[in-house]
Design a protein. Structure first.
Length: 76
């Protein structure tokens, strides 16, 4: 089940709390403790190539876009 499918199901079940609780009990995605899916970019949600130094938690693509706004300078 993809994340978009998960969100669609949760929207439909908000009006039925008893059914939603039973659904969550059996179908909730498990939280990851290690591996590639444990950490993802806070901006776009990508899994690979994460810059976690200084508590940024951004993928390399988002970091390149936002680096100047965050106060980093390019020296080349």
């Amino acid at each position: 089940m993809t994340a978009s499918d998960w969100n669609k199901v949760m929207k439909q079940l908000k009006s039925k709390p008893a059914v939603m609780n039973k659904y969550l009990k059996h179908n909730k995605p498990k939280t990851r403790k290690f591996g590639i899916a444990a950490y993802k970019c806070e901006h776009c949600g990508r899994f690979g190539a994460r810059v976690s130094q200084y508590g940024l938690n951004l993928c390399r693509h988002c970091f390149r876009e936002m680096a100047e706004e965050l106060g980093f300078k390019k020296y080349s």
